[in-house]
Write a protein that binds this ligand. Sequence first.
Ligand SMILES: *Cc1c(COP(=O)(O)O)cnc(C)c1O
Length: 469
Amino acid sequence: MNALTKPENLSTREIQDLDSAHFLHPFTDYKDLATRGARVITKADGIYVWDSEGSKMLDAMSGLWCVNVGYGRKELADAAYQQMMTLPFYNSFFQTTNVPAVKLAARLSALAPKVGDRSFDHVFYSSSGSESNDSNVRMVRRYWDLLGQPQRKVIISRQNAYHGSTMAGASLGGMSGMHAQGDLPIPNITHIEQPYFFENGLPGETSDEFGIRAARWLEEKILAVGPDKVAAFIAEPIQGAGGVIIPPATYWPEIQRIVDKYGILLISDEVICAFGRLGHWFAYEKFGYKPDLVTFAKAVTSGYIPLGGVMVGNRVAQVLIDKGGEFNHGYTYSGHPVACAVALANIDIMEQELLLDKVRGEVGAYFAKRYAELNEHPLVGLAETSGLVAGMVLVKNKATKERFSSEDAVGMLCRAHCFNNGLIMRAVGDRMIIAPPLTMTLSDIDELMRLIRQALDFTLRDLKQMGRV
Ligand SMILES: *Cc1c(COP(=O)(O)O)cnc(C)c1O
C-alpha cells in the first residue's frame, strides 16, 4: 500500500517523500530540499504554528507578511463559507458585478486617505501582489497612451526591491538572482540604488543627508533616461523582502519633490506595509507622500485566501474613465466574491479590535522599545523597527561595522537556531527580519524578544566555536 492510499495519517517522512516527489516549491533548491525534507506545517492558532513533529513555533513572520489578525479566526472562515454557499464565483468581465466586490471597493476607497490633491476612489482587483504590479505596468502605459504621450514607457525601480515574481513583477523588483535566471528585466524597466544607510552611508554623513542623496539618484536617472520618456517610479514604503530597509526620514519628501517636478506617476507598493503593518490602512499616509497607484495584497485578507489589487488614484482613474475605450487587461478572479467577502470580514476584525490604534499606540511603542534593546547584543550592528516590522543586521565587529562574508552564512545559522527553538524569523543575507501578527500582546512581545535573544546567543556561541568572530 503506498502513502496515498494509506488509511491512517501519513508520517512526517511519508509526507516529505511525497512532497519532494511531486511538489516544486517556490524559490527552492530542489536537490537540497529533497535531501533534507520539508518541515510540514500542520496547524496554527493565534500567533503560533505547529509542525508534524509537534513543535510549536511563534510565527514572527505572520506566514509571509500576511496573517495580520492571527491564525484561527472563525469570522473569516464563516465569511468564506457563507459567500461560497451564496455565490462562490462569478466574473466581472461582461458588465456584471457582485456584492462583496462592490462593497469592498467602496470600503477600501473610504479607508484610503486623501492626501493633497490625490484621492483613491477606485480599485482594480487581482489575486496577488505580482499580478497587481503587472496591472500597474499595464495601467501606467495605458494612461500615458491616452494622454498622447506613448513614448513615456520607462518605469524606474530600485535595486533590492521586491515587487513579485511574474515577468513584470520580477523585472520591477531589483533582485539580481531573479533577473539572472529570467532574462530580465523586460524592456523599459531600470533601477537605482536602494536607500540603505547602514551599507551606503558615507563616513561622517548623517542619515538625513544620506536620504536626500539617495532620493536624488532618482533625479539623476530621470535625466539620464530623458524626462519625457519616464512613465513612473515604483517603490515599497519600507523594503520588506529586501531585508526591512527603513529609509531615512528625508527620503520620501525628496522623492515626492522629484516625481512632481517631472510629472511622473508614483506607485507605492504596499503589499507588506498596508493593512496595519505600520499602524495605518495605507503606508503613504505615515510617510506623507502622494502616490498615484497603491499596490496591495497579502494582509488585505490576512492571507486566509488570495486577493490583491491596486488603489487607483483620481489622476489615473479619471483619464481611464473620461477618455473611454476598453482597457484590455484583467483576470478571471478580478473581484472574486469569496476573497472580497473574507477581506471585508478581515477589515471588520481590524476595526473592532482597534489593531491599527494598537500598532500606533501602546503595542507599537512597546515593540520598538524592547526591540531597540537588542542593539546591546554583540552580534547586532543595528536593530530598527517601524510599526510592527523590524530588521537587524548581524555584524562581525560592532565598533567597525565589519560585516560577515557570505560564506559565513550568518543569517541562515541564526535562522536555524530560531526554528529549532520555537521561533520563526526570516534571514535575508546578514539581516534578520520579523513582521509579527498585529494581535501580539505585550507579554507575547516579551516572549518574542526572549526567543530572539536566545537565538542570537546560540549563533554567537557557534561563531566563536568556528573562530568566525
Ligand atoms: C510579496 C510581495 C509582492 C508579491 O506578492 P505575491 O502575492 O507573492 O505575488 C509584491 N510586492 C511586495 C512589496 C511584496 O512584499
